[in-house]
Write a protein that binds this ligand. Structure first.
Ligand SMILES: Nc1ncnc2c1ncn2[C@@H]1O[C@H](COP(=O)(O)OP(=O)(O)OP(=O)(O)O)[C@@H](O)[C@H]1O
Ligand SMILES: [Mg+2]
Length: 244
């Protein structure tokens, strides 16, 4: 499979911070992959994802989409966001419209699609994420898991080729979690790539085909999941064995 999204030696420090969040992070993401991005709190997973659709711009290094450097112009960013969807770690950072319907419609409307096409996409995404009965609700009056599902629906309605999901599966009930993983699988079957930043080693071992581990602002390894979990030394980088 060809490389679709490439992070090349990224450096980034948040304004006002004196420690870099990324210091030489590199990763090549191929099409059709199921990726688990692991790493301890503060390793740089969220920061890397925020570079993936141009929300953050690296101080040094380059992000490339289908071989082309990201352009941080209005048009360039719209093009990126059509292809790269990001579900934020905290849904409150993602949801800003008054109602669920408005929130899920926002992205597709911004793409300039016809109203019929927007309606079709919103209905499909809402159905997949189990939020069809919440469309009239104000977004602030939802539970945490419901907010996550609405945020995911809004991203799915963009029909991205690359879906970056930051943690979002951890607050879901077991039924919804299973449903969300089956949504991911369906996207991958269609040729999309799903990358999940997670502390869920079970998902990394059994769902992902590729495991990426970050530490202190760098990617320290990216390898087939079977290789990481089959080698005690690499396995130890993923987290404590037998941890609760
Ligand atoms: N808004 C911010 N302002 C300043 N520093 C930040 C901000 N967000 C993150 N950082 C810092 O950047 C570094 C990387 O953080 P990041 O959120 O990318 O880690 P993470 O791997 O996603 O961690 P977690 O598993 O806790 O979600 C950390 O040192 C963190 O303190
Ligand atoms: Mg994070």
């Amino acid at each position: 499979m060809s490389v679709v999204l490439e992070f090349d030696n990224l450096h980034y420090t948040f304004p006002g911070s004196d420690t870099p969040a990324l210091c030489g992070a590199s990763l090549r993401i191929e099409g059709g992959r199921r990726i688990a991005l692991l790493g301890r709190n503060g390793a740089g997973k969220s920061t890397l994802f925020l570079h993936g659709n141009g929300i953050l711009r690296p101080v040094a290094g380059q992000v490339r989409l289908n071989g082309m450097p990201l352009e941080y112009t209005r048009r360039g960013l719209l093009r990126v966001r059509r292809q790269v969807g990001l579900v934020f770690q905290n849904p409150d950072d993602q949801l800003f419209s008054a109602s669920v319907l408005q929130d899920i419609s926002f992205g597709p409307l911004n793409l300039g699609l016809s109203h019929d096409e927007v309606r079709r996409r919103v209905a499909e995404a809402a159905d997949l994420c189990g939020v069809s009965d919440l469309l009239d609700r104000p977004t602030h009056a939802l539970s945490g898991g419901q907010k996550t599902r609405v945020a995911l629906a809004g991203v799915l309605a963009m029909e991205p080729d690359i879906l970056l999901v930051d943690e979002a599966t951890s607050g879901l009930d077991p039924w919804m979690r299973q449903q969300v993983f089956s949504i991911f699988d369906r996207l991958v079957e269609r040729g999309a790539t799903v990358a999940l930043a997670t502390h869920d080693l079970d998902a990394a071992q059994h769902w992902a085909d590729t495991v990426v581990i970050m530490s202190e602002g760098r990617v320290i390894i990216a390898a087939p999941s079977a290789q990481i979990f089959g080698d005690p030394e690499l396995r130890a980088l993923a987290g404590p064995v037998g941890g609760r």
